[in-house]
Structures are given as C-alpha cells and as structure tokens.
Design a protein around this ligand. Structure first.
Ligand code: NAD
Ligand code: WQD
Length: 340
C-alpha cells in the first residue's frame, strides 16, 4: 500500500483529495491542527469511502511534533502539502501571521521530507502567484506580476523555496499545482466546504445567502470591461481538483521525470462572470438569490482564467464538471451540512 501524507487533510481541498487518493488505492495520513476545519470531515470521508483516515492534530510550525509523526511513519511515498492560511483579506491585516504559518510549516515539512527521504512532493499553489496579469489565458510560463497580498506572496515564496530546495535534493521530485477558483462539493453531499472562519469566496457566499445565513450578498462591481460588467474567474470543481493531485502523484511515481520541479495550472479554461455564476445558481437550484450590486472590491483583477493544456498533456487530466455542477453540489452540501 502506498502511504501518503496529506497536510491540511481536514480542510476543504485536502479532504476531497483524500477521497480521490483512497479511491485510487493510496493509504492516507493527515496532519491538520484544525485552525480552519474540524475532524467531522473524517466522518464524511468514512461515509463516502468506508475507510478511516487518521489525523494528527499538530501544528506543522512545531518542528519536533512534526518530526515525531515522520518517525512513526518513515515510509511515506509522497507528501501533498495543503496546510496554509488562505484568506487574502486577513493576510493584509495579519501579514506576519501569514508569513510565519505558511512559510515555517513549509520549511518544516521540507526538512522532514529530506530527513526521511520522501521521494515525491506536491505543493498547493495558487493563480494568485500571477498577480495582475493581463495575458489571458494564463500559461504556466506567464511571467509573475507583483503579488497583490501577503497571502499571494507566501505562495510565490513557497514556490521559490521549493525550486531552490529541489536543486539540493536530487532524490526528490516536486510538483507545484496552481489552482484557479476551487468550488463545489462532493456529489454525495457528505463532504464540502465548511471553514471555521467566515467564508468570503463567491460560491459559499452564494449558498450561505440562499440558505438564510446571510441576509443578502453583494456583487463587487458591475462596471468592469467584461460582457456583463462583473469580474471573470475560472471556477474549478473541487473533485476535479482532487483528481489532479492523485494524477500528479502517480505521474511522479510512474515517470520519475527529469525535471525536479514542475508546475501545472488547474482551472477549466473557461471564464465565468460573477453574474453568470449567480444566475447558474438560481437556474440549477430554483432559488432566488437576494443580491445587490456593490462597489468594486479592492485588489480584484478584472478577469483571469487558465490554460490547463499542460496538465491535460502530461497528467492526462481533464475537468469533468462545469459551473452548473459546482452550484448544484455546493447547494446540496449547504442544505445538509451540520458543521462549519
Ligand atoms: P482550508 O483552510 O480549508 O484547509 C487548509 C487546512 O490547513 C485547514 O484545515 C487548516 O486547519 C490547516 N492548517 C493551516 N495551517 C496549519 C498548520 N500550521 N499546521 C497544521 N495544519 C494547518 O483551505 P483549502 O481551501 O483547502 O486550501 C488548501 C490549500 O490550497 C492552501 O494551501 C491554500 O492556500 C491553497 N489554495 C486554496 C484556494 C481556494 O480558493 N480554496 C485556491 C488556491 C490555492
Ligand atoms: C470571485 C469573484 C469577487 C464574493 C481568491 C484568491 C485566489 C484564490 C481563489 C487562494 C470576484 C466576486 C466574491 C462576494 C462577489 N485563493 N465576489 N461577492 O478573489 O477570485 O480568488 O480565491 O489561493 O488567490 O484571491 O475569489 O471567490 O473571493 O471572488 O462579487 O461576496 O466573485 O469580486 O470577482 P478570488 P472569490
């Protein structure tokens, strides 16, 4: 059995990726200090897969505690490192907390990977590394612009740290995955996005408004130079994203590529406006959303979407879900969820 360490395994993308890993024959150990999650997700994983996953409630910034887990499991075939703080707005207010958490946890995990000779490593990066890029669609080699937040800078720095480290760790292979806008939930409605901190991303804001947790929502600007005036993003279903991780890991194991550190965009390659997303939600759920047009949100880029042809070519990955599926599964989850 191939044993994988998933850091941040109780979080949104980590928990969905665990499902895909288990369904593809991997064994999983999670480390998550539950800063933005709960262990209730482990019950969801069990209900879907019939498999129990162990989570160690440990802060990855604690080097000794992290080391102990590696000592107990010296046989990881790979590490998928999701654990991080991810709120763009919060990072502007608490930059030191973001640099401390996102970079020290990464350094500790890399050190342990080196000490225990774990051969494969996958890092959660983000389209935010591209900054305010005007080149569309964004390719992996599109030059980076200035990071728009301390959060985005932790992702740029994380990628650079891994690239430098990969030169000094020739026995290891790395993949950096740049997610665009992850959304949606497992189709069973037994698992979905349930952050402990208030959600600020569009899809959970929509579902929380529809269920009545929020009185109404704002559309942040309808005067952008787009087809309906609202911003364009590339929404990718979380299960498509999850499957890309399994494929990336399998690719490293099977191919042992010459390139020690490779990078892939993960989006579906189609831009959807905020208003189109809202209307997709209303159409597939039959719910009328209470929304108002508000001011532009500082820091928002007008439009961004991915070229994912590299992931298709090398990983054999294709997204299967569209915006309607994202809205349907997110809504099914919102209606049944009991935590978060
Ligand atoms: P999430 O907050 O749901 O999951 C992250 C998990 O990491 C949480 O459960 C949290 O408790 C844990 N964690 C954080 N710091 C930790 C630490 N020091 N030690 C142990 N556990 C810790 O976030 P997510 O949406 O699942 O994101 C996963 C990764 O993907 C993150 O690195 C994030 O930056 C990146 N990412 C997310 C998005 C998105 O929109 N969700 C987009 C691009 C990239
Ligand atoms: C999407 C669109 C908003 C909420 C962020 C990070 C990015 C990545 C993904 C981590 C925008 C609009 C939103 C609302 C709205 N995360 N919106 N009303 O900002 O594209 O990307 O998450 O790496 O790095 O920056 O995602 O979901 O916040 O916004 O009108 O209440 O929805 O203005 O156009 P964003 P988002």
């Amino acid at each position: 059995m191939k044993k994988v360490l998933v850091t941040g395994g109780c979080g949104y993308i980590g928990s969905h990726t665990i499902i895909d890993l288990l369904e593809n024959g991997f064994e999983v150990i999670s480390i998550d200090n539950l800063l933005n999650s709960t262990e209730a997700v482990l019950e969801g994983i069990y209900a879907i897969t019939g498999k129990r996953v162990r989570n160690y409630t440990v802060d990855l910034c604690d080097r000794d505690a992290t080391l102990q887990i590696f000592s107990a499991h010296p046989d990881f075939v790979g590490i998928i490192h999701f654990a991080a703080l991810k709120s763009v707005g919060e990072s502007v207010l608490q930059p030191l907390r973001y640099f401390h958490n996102n970079l020290n946890s990464l350094l500790n995990v890399l050190q342990c990977a080196q000490d225990f000779e774990v051969p494969h490593f996958i890092f959660s990066s983000s389209c935010s590394v591209y900054g305010n890029s005007s080149a569309l669609p964004v390719m992996e080699d599109t030059p980076w612009e200035e990071a728009q937040s301390p959060y985005a800078r932790t992702k740029q720095m994380g990628e650079q740290i891994i690239r430098d480290f990969s030169v000094a760790a020739p026995f290891m292979r790395f993949i950096l995955l740049r997610y665009f806008n992850p959304a949606g939930a497992h189709p069973s409605a037994l698992l979905g996005e349930a952050p402990s901190n208030p959600a600020s991303n569009l899809v959970p804001v929509i579902t929380e408004t529809a269920i009545g947790k929020r009185p109404e929502m704002r559309i942040f600007g309808d005067d952008y130079p787009t087809r309906d005036g609202s911003c364009i993003r590339d929404y990718i279903h979380v299960m498509d994203l999850a499957n890309a991780h399994t494929r990336a890991l399998q690719y490293l194991i099977d191919k042992q590529p010459d390139n020690p550190c490779d990078v892939f965009n993960l989006g579906i390659g189609e831009g959807v406006t905020v208003l189109e997303a809202v209307h997709a939600f209303e159409k597939v759920t039959g719910q009328k959303l209470s929304y108002r047009i508000g001011d532009r949100r500082p820091g928002d880029v007008v439009a961004v979407y991915a070229d994912y042809s590299k992931a298709a070519r090398l990983l054999g990955w294709q997204p299967r879900y569209q915006i309607d599926d994202i809205m349907r599964t997110a809504w099914d989850w919102e209606k049944t969820r009991t935590y978060g």
